[in-house]
Design a protein around this ligand. Sequence first.
Ligand code: SF4
Ligand code: SF4
Length: 90
Amino acid sequence: MGELVYLKNVVTLELDQEKCVGCGMCLVVCPHAVLVMNDGHAQIEKRDACMECGACALNCPTEAITVQAGVGCASAVINAVLGRQGDCCL
Ligand code: SF4
Ligand code: SF4
C-alpha cells in the first residue's frame, strides 16, 4: 500500500526551530515520519502526511511544536468507530 497522504495544505502542524533543542522525540513518536532532523533541529518534511494526532507536540520538551490535535480526519474516523456524533469523513 502507498503512503497515506491527507488533504493538501490543511494541516495545522507548526514547528518553531528556534525552540527546538534537537532531542529527537518528535521523530520517535510520529507514526508517519513527518519530521526529520536537519543540522541539529527538527524540520517538517512531509506536512501533508501529518494526521494531527498530537503525539509530537505532547512529547516535545520545549513546546516547539503546535498542532490542533483532534480536529481533522483522524478525529472523525475515531469518533465514527466509537459511535460518537459529529462530522465524519467516512
Ligand atoms: S501530529 Fe502526529 S502525525 Fe503529525 S507530525 Fe505530529 S506525531 Fe506526526
Ligand atoms: S521533540 Fe521538540 S525539541 Fe525535540 S527534536 Fe522535536 S521539536 Fe525539537
